[in-house]
Write a new protein. Structure first.
Length: 250
C-alpha cells in the first residue's frame, strides 16, 4: 500500500512540475513576443486605413512610411464636434471602459453597448498637406458579433469613397461579403446626407439612387447591421456635428 501511495505521489509531483515548466515557457514566450504582436497589430491597422484612404496600392510595401507621410490621426469630442487633445495612451475602444470617457447610448440602435465620448478620425492628405479624405470609424452589431469598419469620405464630408470592414465574423459567402471588393466599390460616390439629414440606405435594388447601396444578397441581418451602424454614427449626437462643422478645413 505504501509503495502504491509513493508511486501516486511521484506521479502527481511530475505532473505539477511539467505544468509549471510549461507555464514558465508560455509566459516567457508571451512576454518575448509582445512587442512583435504590438508591431503587427499597428501594421494591420495602418494597412486597413491606407486601403480606406485609397493609398494601399501605391504604398509599394512601405506601409508605415506611406501612413506617416499621408495620414494624420485626430481626436473628436462627439459632444462638440471639435478636435481635442487626449492622453498619450488613448485608444477609443479601451477608453470606452474608462468612467470619464464612457458613453452608454440610449437607444442603442447599433448594439455597441458603450463607446468613448472621444473618437479617432483620420485625415488623408496630399503632398501639399491638404486634406483629401476623412476616415471615420463606424461599428455595430451584425448577425454574429460587432462589425468594425472604416468609412472614407471626400473632404466635403458627404461623398463616400469606400466602406472597409476590417474586423467581422459574419457568415462566409453571405454577410461576410461586406469584405468583397465588388460590394465595397458600390459605395464610391454615394452621398450620406440630404438637406442635412442622414439619407444613406442599404436596400434591395438600389440602382442609381445616389443615397443607396445594394443590400447583401441572403444576408438581411448583416445588411441591417450596416444600416444601423451608419444611422447611429452619422447622427448629430455622434459624428454628425463633426461632419457639419468640417473642422479639417480650418
Amino acid at each position: 500500500m505504501s509503495a502504491h501511495k509513493e508511486t501516486f505521489g511521484k506521479t502527481v509531483g511530475i505532473v505539477i512540475a511539467v505544468c509549471l515548466a510549461c507555464s514558465i515557457v508560455v509566459s516567457t514566450a508571451a512576454v518575448g513576443l509582445r512587442s512583435k504582436q504590438q508591431a503587427n497589430a499597428q501594421l494591420d491597422k495602418q494597412t486597413n486605413i491606407l486601403e480606406a484612404a485609397g493609398l494601399l496600392a501605391n504604398a509599394g510595401g512601405d506601409i508605415n512610411g506611406t501612413y506617416e507621410k499621408y495620414v494624420e490621426e485626430r481626436f473628436v469630442d462627439l459632444a462638440t464636434g471639435e478636435y481635442v487633445d487626449v492622453p498619450a495612451d488613448f485608444d477609443m475602444f479601451k477608453y470606452a471602459k474608462v468612467d470619464d470617457y464612457r458613453v452608454t447610448p440610449k437607444p442603442d440602435i447599433a448594439g455597441v453597448i458603450r463607446h468613448s465620448k472621444v473618437v479617432s478620425v483620420y485625415h488623408v492628405k496630399d503632398d501639399a498637406g491638404v486634406v483629401q479624405r476623412v476616415i471615420l470609424t463606424v461599428y455595430g452589431s451584425g448577425l454574429w458579433n460587432i462589425m468594425y469598419g472604416l468609412l472614407a469620405l471626400d473632404s466635403d464630408g458627404n461623398t463616400v469613397r469606400t466602406l472597409v470592414y476590417y474586423d467581422q465574423q459574419e457568415t462566409a459567402g453571405l454577410g461576410g461579403e461586406v469584405q468583397n471588393p465588388a460590394w465595397k466599390k458600390l459605395w464610391d460616390g454615394k452621398k450620406l446626407f440630404n438637406n442635412g439629414e442622414v439619407a444613406i440606405k442599404v436596400k434591395k435594388n438600389a440602382g442609381d439612387d445616389i443615397h443607396a447601396v445594394d443590400a447583401l444578397s441572403g444576408a438581411t441581418l448583416t445588411s441591417n447591421g450596416v444600416q444601423n451602424s451608419l444611422d447611429y454614427w452619422l447622427a448629430e449626437e455622434q459624428l454628425g456635428t463633426f461632419l457639419s462643422k468640417q473642422p479639417w478645413k480650418s
